[in-house]
Design a protein around this ligand. Structure first.
Ligand SMILES: Cc1ncc(COP(=O)(O)O)c(C=O)c1O
Length: 383
């Protein structure tokens, strides 16, 4: 029987570059500094708590917005960290990864014909999900030093602009919001009916004593924002697929309406284990920047012996590196060459852009064991 034809809603979107580079890295036994995941496990105690809850028989559907214990622990965390007063009953949804939270938030705000502003380089899920909702992504580019182009945002806002998507600490550039960004955000939003989707999945990974200027710190901004975070990033467990969204109650009500038909709920034993761990071991997330900073410093110190140039990341577990002193290949070609010929996989930065600027940069992930970072850097030093 011949299958009926379908017309793709996402023509032109192939397999993500992260999957492609990881496959290439495996095929060539390269060190994989491409996809953003740690090569070490999260805390033993957390894994024990998850197993314990599983063995206690907590294996059935969680309530739609998430287990109450986890929502309460999240509310307590954001109260401590950001002074935010968030009602765990009406303002928090636990989701299968931040990815689903981003998709539901976009679904709430974007109707057919609406526009959403994305600042490139940008995480790859925003654009297609806007399109799936019948909206139009409006891509702007960060400044060459990876700051937010506030004047361009102001100029791009039109009556049909419904959503501004921002990300800090920022993947892939490693930049982070400064106080002046908050001032500019307020200016741009003033008097306009625009919501903000704040992708803060790396909220705990900031370096050099910087604080995360999460939007939950600012009640006026939180009042129109979806703030999204990821336990996968915080607990070195990206495969567990647990994230969450915080939003004002009316937005959250609509968010849950969508979430109930996408996933209904998030896996129960992991939520319970995370709730215990958040409550009992807050030092884990409080000290995550201090955990990753030596890795950033080690990797950057070793990169100093290579022909790559870079500005140290302010946050995230990514480091951008410029290879223009090595080659004038386009970055996708360079990343492939680096993997196949030199045994180190990285992500070409152009894939994070709708209209890539002329630059020669790749992204390395340093969430790896120190020995892996040393071996990768020694390979890079030979180029
Ligand atoms: C900026 C950004 N947002 C969202 C996500 C998705 O997070 P999760 O794995 O929890 O779905 C990622 C993961 O790499 C990310 O880098």
């Amino acid at each position: 029987m011949q299958a009926a034809n379908i017309e793709s809603k996402l023509p032109g979107f192939g397999t993500t570059i992260f999957t492609v580079m990881t496959q290439l890295a495996n095929q060539h036994k390269a060190i994989n500094l491409s996809q953003g995941f740690p090569d070490f496990d999260g805390p033993q105690l957390l894994r024990d708590r998850v197993s314990w809850h599983m063995n206690q028989g907590h294996n059935q559907y969680s309530p739609l917005p998430g287990m109450p214990a986890l929502r309460e622990a999240i509310a307590a965390k954001v109260a401590t960290l950001y002074g935010a007063h968030v009602d765990p009953e009406s303002q928090i949804a636990v989701t299968p990864g931040a990815t689903e939270a981003l998709a539901c938030a976009i679904g709430v705000t974007i109707h057919a014909g609406d526009e959403a502003i994305i600042i490139d380089p940008a995480y790859d899920t925003y654009d297609p999900v806007i399109r799936l909702n019948g909206g139009m992504p409006v891509h702007l580019s960060m400044t060459p030093d990876f700051r937010i182009p506030w004047d361009q945002i102001e100029a791009a806002i039109r009556p049909q602009t419904r959503l501004l998507i921002l990300n800090s600490p920022h993947n892939p550039s490693g930049s982070a919001w400064q106080e002046e960004d908050i001032v500019s955000l307020r200016r741009v939003l003033a008097g306009r009916n625009i919501h903000v989707l704040a992708d803060e999945v790396y909220e705990h990974i900031l370096f050099d004593g910087q604080e995360h200027l999460g939007l939950l710190r600012y009640p006026d901004l939180a009042a129109r924002s979806f703030v999204v975070s990821s336990f996968g990033k915080t607990y070195h467990a990206t495969g567990w697929r647990v994230g969450y969204c915080i939003a004002p109650a009316p937005l959250m009500e609509e968010f849950l309406r969508i979430h109930q038909f996408v996933n209904f709920s998030t896996n129960t034993p992991m939520q319970l284990g995370i709730a215990d761990f958040l409550r009992d071991c807050p030092e884990h997330h409080e000290e995550l920047g201090a955990f990753y900073q030596p890795k950033r410093d080690l990797f950057n110190h070793l990169l100093g012996d290579t022909r790559f140039t870079f500005t140290p990341s302010a946050g995230t577990y990514f480091q951008l590196a410029d290879y223009s002193a090595i080659s004038d290949m386009p970055d996708t070609e360079f990343a492939r060459w680096l993997t196949v010929e030199h045994g180190v996989a990285a992500v070409p930065v152009s894939v994070f852009y709708a209209n890539p600027p002329a630059q020669q940069k790749v992204r390395f992930c340093f969430a790896k064991d120190d020995d892996t970072l040393r071996e990768a850097a020694s390979r890079l030093a030979r180029i």
